[in-house]
Design a protein around this ligand. Sequence first.
Ligand code: ZN
Length: 140
Amino acid sequence: MTGEQLFLRYAFPCVQAREIMGKISPKHSQELTTWAIQDLQPTRRRLKFCFPHAFRALRQLARANNRQTWSLINVQDYWRSNHGHEGDCAVQLVTVVNLNKIVTVNNGADQLPVVNLYGLHLRVGDKVYTHKRCIVELAA
Ligand SMILES: [Zn+2]
C-alpha cells in the first residue's frame, strides 16, 4: 500500500458526490474509480487536481512534521487524525460487530451499517477506520 493508494481509498467515497457537483469530470471520475477498485497506483497530479483541499492539508501537515507529503505515515495521520469534518464525512475508528452482507460497526454510541468497499479481510472485533460509511483500513 502506497501513500497515494491509501489517500485515494479515503477520498474515493467522495468522488460520486464531487462529480455530481461538477467538481470532478466524468473522465477523471472513471479514472479514479479504476485506480481505487483495481488497487492501482494513482498519479499525484490527478489526486491533487481532484481533491485540492485534502491535498493542501496533507502538504501542510507534512511541512509541520518535517515529513514527505505522500509518505504513508503522513497520509495516515492526515486522514485518521486531521481530516476534521462531521457526521458521515468524519473519519471514524469503529469496531466490526457483524460480518453479514452489509458489515455493521459500533462507534461507541450506535451500530451503523458500512460497506467493505475494498474487500478487506475482516473479523468481528477488528478496529477499522471508516469514511462516508465505507471501511478504508484496519487500525492495527
Ligand atoms: Zn470526510
